[in-house]
Design a protein. Structure first.
Length: 407
């Protein structure tokens, strides 16, 4: 957490709201959201997906409430859900009222398609009585037509005015248990819209790049938008909108927050070298295999897979644990210190075994249990490789010499 708190801009101090047991804004941890893709009327199917999303890192899950059967499904889902449930409402105000009746922990309203002031106020008044917060979920793609005409398109200012119109209706019934989103599929438009929202309002903001598409391009677009704003101290809750299994959304959200140091690591952070002419193994294969095995363990460790022993252990000395390949052997290291040398085909197994012991026993105990000859054997491998391949394995110096002589 320390380095992030000095590099990221301080988080904007927003008001705090509460969605079920999850606090949002006002210094609370940034939460991860995702949305089910099942029919909400399919209670068991939806609950199964909610459990998967929660296990993958979602703190809050949104379900569509588009018909009476969906509201009835919510009534059965909410008491059994491991995380708070938000009902997603478009067009039909009576579905918002039915979702409140079903006991939802939050509502998302789209001002672009729920436009009748009396209906909006009725929902807000009912939410107020029940202590349920509402997200004003403005979307550039479904902006109120009048605003689209007024601003000649979906501009950041048009999105903000849409929020203000909704807030004015809410104020008429004295409702301010609100969070805001101003999503767009264009990353620059999304970023500017949230910056404006952050300047203008002190309500918590829900970040997202809408309709980001399938991975990997969807992941890149969503990360570009969300991470830029988080670096600016903007954002209280996030959602990756991917055209993919929603579990990928929850994982991505959680991993982004962990990568920025905004949430505690709860799973493996695998780092691996990109490989080069020195690599003694197929780094991609070993790293992929190691990732699959280690992810199952859910241990809060940073683990390195390095292609050679010449630079590997040194470059990855900050990792909790790592393995580097050398002369058909793997050098296992903890915090950069060699603890064991294993045959090449046992590298992944040794890494997994040590990860479990490290998580159970701690660094000091595992360093004390190190194989006494390991460091010496490892250094022999290193020296042998250096003498075989030289210090300039990619022949860069020869090329540089040629450039200097020719030009
Ligand atoms: S020098 Fe070694 S550790 Fe670094 S990229 Fe090449 S193979 Fe990987």
């Amino acid at each position: 957490m320390d380095i992030s708190s000095t590099i990221l801009k301080p988080r904007k101090n927003t008001r705090q709201i509460q969605v079920g047991k999850v606090k949002i804004g006002g210094g609370a941890l940034i939460s991860v959201q995702s949305m089910t893709t099942t029919k909400t009327a399919d209670v068991e199917g939806t609950l199964g997906q909610i459990y998967e999303l929660a296990a993958a890192g979602a703190d809050i899950v949104r379900c569509t409430c588009n018909e009476r059967e969906a509201a009835e499904g919510l009534a059965k889902i909410i008491p059994r859900s491991p995380v708070p449930i938000i009902a997603d409402i478009h067009f039909h105000h009576e579905m918002a009222l039915a979702a409140l009746e079903a006991g939802v922990n939050g509502l998302r309203l789209n001002p672009g398609n729920l436009r009748k002031p009396e209906e909006i106020k009725q929902i807000a008044a009912e939410a107020k009585d029940r202590g349920v917060p509402i997200r004003i979920g403005v979307n550039a793609g479904s902006l109120h037509p009048d605003l689209y005409t007024k601003y000649n398109g979906a501009t950041p200012e048009a999105l903000i005015e849409s929020v203000e119109m909704e807030l004015n209706y809410f104020r008429e019934v004295d409702f301010d248990d609100v969070k805001i989103s101003v999503k767009a599929s264009s990353v620059p438009l999304m970023v500017r819209s949230y910056e404006l929202a952050s300047e203008k309002f002190d309500y918590p903001l829900h970040l997202g790049v809408t309709e980001a598409g399938p991975p990997p391009s969807g992941l890149i677009k969503a990360t570009a938008g969300i991470a830029t704003l988080l670096f600016e101290g903007i954002g209280d809750t996030i959602r990756y909108s991917l055209t993919a299994d929603p579990v990928e959304e929850a994982k991505a959200g959680r991993q982004l927050l962990e990568a920025l140091g905004l949430r505690e690591r709860r799973g493996i952070d695998l780092i691996a070298c990109p490989s080069c002419g020195r690599a003694e193994v197929d780094v991609i294969k070993v790293a992929t295999l190691a990732q699959a095995r280690l992810e199952e363990l859910k241990l809060p460790l940073q683990v390195a897979v390095m292609g050679c022993v010449v630079n590997g252990p040194g470059e990855a000395r900050a990792a909790d644990l790592g393995i580097a390949a050398g002369r058909h052997r793997g050098h296992l290291f903890i915090k950069g210190k060699i603890v064991k040398v294993v045959p090449e085909d046992e590298m992944v197994e040794a890494l997994v075994e040590e990860a479990i012991k490290l998580a159970e026993e701690g660094v000091e105990a595992r360093l004390a249990a190190a194989d006494k000859n390991a460091a010496k054997e490892a250094e022999l491998d290193r020296q042998e490789l250096l003498s075989q391949k030289g210090a300039d394995v990619n022949s860069s110096e020869i090329v540089i010499d040629k450039i200097r002589r020719k030009y």
